[in-house]
Design a protein around this ligand. Structure first.
Ligand code: NZQ
Ligand code: ZN
Length: 384
């Protein structure tokens, strides 16, 4: 096992009615920026519940953080936060709103152009504390320090990461996910699944506990994901999906093991250039990446096939092919398509994707740093 340090500062408030705990978690004399998305929370009643939970606090609202949160929009929120001397951000929504809150938190006291936080890894001081009310289980953003921001103007989608912007608390009420459209249920399950894969499907380092954690989450998602589509108002199903998605990317399962993240990095370019949903990009890239990296990932792919998908096949190459197919079939079962052509993206678009990877310095991806631009091209070509 590799060396590691582990600390997760987010207090999880899980279950029905836990929103009522929020007021007791706010700082003294809180001046809260209530940040949310396109308005789904107004339709499903969460907005009213949050407003009630915040009664008595000084609250400024900012509506309109879009999926794949947009830099320009977030800069408007930064100005609102600055003008109103906000000292806390409550993010209510999915990964986009929570990621957006992290960027706002980091940018508020940043002198200079906050875009540098994303493209140059510029250091920032005194970020605002954040609380999250999660409405879409998928990204794990509610209990990690990662944030991904999109900028249409430059066709870039860039991440930054800092434990200083990790939410101090996160409300996970499974009932808040009942109103999700099927497409977002699917996206969430696929995204969480791939988060586990990025931290599991590398090479063995004798870390059987991390492996079992990862396999447990994958099995739970495979079992509960289709049920979430079939019986959307089943509390237990929603609860299990929600907790799986949080555990998939709260840092725990990735400790002491190598990590890949190549699928995510290539996928981000598909969103930046073609506007695809994050999960769709992963469903396209992962099976092909598994194929191209099959020798490097041989042992863990065989373990995944046998332990998670129950594949029993002595011929190793056949077993790997069956495992890749099982992963692809799972995405299709979750109604997320797995080929570029399913999204009307032509082979000729691959040049632009490769150029963007190069522009963003993403030329040595994967757990061995061996996914160069030629390999990325091979992966995308296979996914055409
Ligand atoms: O904008 P609103 O009106 O809230 O609607 C949203 C949005 O249209 C809707 N939605 C959310 N909760 C709902 C709901 N609709 C009805 N009922 C509810 N309860 O769903 C749509 C998608 O929301 P979004 O937040 O964009 O989805 P998701 O949670 O999948 O987040 C995706 C973003 O997270 C980033 C992705 O790159 C992408 O930008 N990621 C963040 C990560 C992290 N912080 O660790 C890791 C991930 O790999 C990922 O990169
Ligand atoms: Zn993801």
């Amino acid at each position: 096992m590799l060396n590691f340090t582990f600390k997760n500062q987010t207090e999880i408030l899980f279950g029905k009615g836990q929103l009522s705990e929020v007021s007791s978690r706010l700082p003294e004399q809180a001046k809260v920026l209530f940040l949310y998305g396109g308005g789904s929370i107004k339709k499903n009643g969460i907005y009213d519940k949050v407003t009630t939970a915040l009664e008595g606090a000084d609250v400024i609202e900012f509506q309109g953080v879009e999926p794949n949160p947009e830099f320009e929009t977030l800069m408007k929120a930064v100005n609102v936060a600055r003008e109103n001397d906000v000292n806390f951000i409550l993010a209510v929504g999915g990964g986009s709103v929570i990621d957006g809150a992290k960027f706002v938190a980091a940018a508020v006291n940043f002198e200079g152009d906050p875009w540098d936080i994303l493209v140059k890894g510029a250091a920032f001081k005194n970020p605002l504390p954040i609380g999250a009310v999660l409405t879409l289980p998928a990204t794990g953003s509610e209990s990690n320090g990662n944030s991904v921001v999109n900028r249409k103007e430059t066709s870039q989608k860039r991440p930054f990461s800092s434990e200083t912007v990790q939410p101090v608390f996160a409300v996970l009420d499974p009932e808040f996910t009942y109103s999700l459209p099927p497409r977002q249920i699917s996206n969430g399950v696929v995204d969480a699944f791939v988060h586990v894969i990025e931290q599991y499907l590398t090479y063995p380092v004798n870390a059987p506990l991390q492996d079992r954690f990862a396999e447990g989450i994958l099995q739970t998602l495979i079992q509960e994901g289709p049920k979430a589509l079939a019986t959307p108002e089943d509390y237990d199903v929603r609860a299990n999906v929600m907790w799986s998605a949080t555990m998939a990317l709260n840092g725990l399962i990735g400790k002491g093991v190598p990590q890949d993240w190549g699928t995510h990095m290539i996928g981000h370019e598909l969103t930046a250039l073609h506007g695809l949903d994050h999960a769709a990009t992963l469903a396209i890239v992962l099976p092909s990446l598994m194929f191209v990296q099959r020798d490097k990932k041989q042992e863990k792919t065989l373990q995944l096939g046998e332990r998670v998908f129950g594949i029993k096949e002595d011929d190793k190459e056949k077993a790997i092919d069956l495992t890749i197919k099982a992963v692809q079939d799972f995405f299709e079962t979750m109604k997320v398509k797995t080929r570029l052509s399913d999204y009307d993206i032509e082979k000729s678009a691959i040049d632009g994707l490769i150029d963007n990877l190069e522009r963003n310095g993403l030329t040595a991806l994967g757990e061995h740093g061996d996914i160069d631009l030629a390999k990325a091209r091979e992966i995308l070509t296979l996914a055409a």
